[in-house]
Design a protein around this ligand. Structure first.
Ligand code: FES
Length: 112
């Protein structure tokens, strides 16, 4: 059974599960803030479940994921993945960025 390190929380799931489902079933969310309610429920269209897969083997992006992650605020070169489209087949290290869509957001000078 693969183990997901999600922002430091370790989650075990069945091989082949969608990453979004594995997180939600274990009390974690791939969505930030109100995106927890305002999302496409895994259809791959809203883009709010974008995560950064730091390590682990995952299949290449499918067409829907490729389309959504090349549509603002996402950009293909950010190399994010949609948790609702990724199937977990190996141990993964995954991080969520703080933007509404899970995108990188620059720190303000007030944050240090
Ligand atoms: S939940 Fe909407 S794109 Fe993944």
């Amino acid at each position: 059974m693969p183990i997901i390190d999600y922002n430091g929380q370790l989650i075990q799931c069945d091989a082949g599960m969608r990453l979004r489902d594995a997180l939600l079933m274990n009390g974690e969310s791939p969505h930030n803030g109100s995106a927890q309610w305002l999302n496409c429920k895994g259809l791959g269209t809203c883009g709010t479940c974008a995560v950064d897969i730091i390590s682990g083997d995952v299949a290449p992006k499918n067409a829907r994921e490729t389309w959504r992650l090349d549509f603002p605020p996402h950009r293909a070169e950010q190399n994010l993945r949609l948790a609702c489209q990724v199937r977990v087949t190996s141990d993964l290290v995954v991080r969520k960025h703080p933007g509404f869509w899970g995108q990188h957001v620059p720190k303000t000078s007030a944050e240090g």
